[in-house]
Design a protein around this ligand. Sequence first.
Ligand code: PEP
Length: 251
Amino acid sequence: MRKKIVAGNWKMNKTLQEGLALAKELNTILANETPNCDVVIGTPFIHLASVVSAVDTHKIGVAAQNCADKEAGAYTGEVSAAMVKSTGAGYVILGHSERRTYYGETAETLKTKVELALKNNLIPIFCIGEVLAERESNVHFEVVKSQIIDSLFGLSAADFSKIILAYEPVWAIGTGKTATAAQAQEMHAFIRKTLASKYGKEIADNCSILYGGSCNPGNAKELFSNPDVDGGLIGGASLKAADFKAIIDAF
Ligand code: PEP
């Protein structure tokens, strides 16, 4: 059975002190609870080690939001997958549309990052999704399929089985405009069919596919009730512990 997951993406928000306070607040809220899903928080690099120390990592997984496409060496300002792993983080968000758009991350770069993440025993949360013009011209399925094929379909079945996918229509990220439950389900089912065509039904059925894009306490339940939507990647609403908890409670 595939896992249900609610993952937060803090993006470039919160100082170290603010981030630690948020992580501790969430940890306290969840202390006496057993959520019906896995919970992950994606923090800035410099928060990782402190957040890992501050939370019960059996209950709250910790993710980086990126890693380098090189193993080590003279790459000023970069952070390697091995460094992320050494903080105690277990996950890394890769291919977020903001990284693709603002930092020119290509399918090829992302393929390398995924491979390095897996080599260092990090679980990639790999983001895919179309921009508005692509949906309006009805090429959204092809766009998403290409993103998957170009960065992930070189992986062995064993490695692919470790990946979490996040479908994030770019037009819904941070805009307050959410995909309808029907649009999310339609794309998630298409993604699962695409995975099955390469890796077979069992691996496709076991892959967690999260929805991301203006998911909030008001719409999470409807989105998560779709058979192929296995949880959410949450941006803005992950910055307030109560809102994030309400989304976790949607399961
Ligand atoms: C995201 O950044 O992955 C995201 C889904 O953001 P938001 O929830 O703010 O739309």
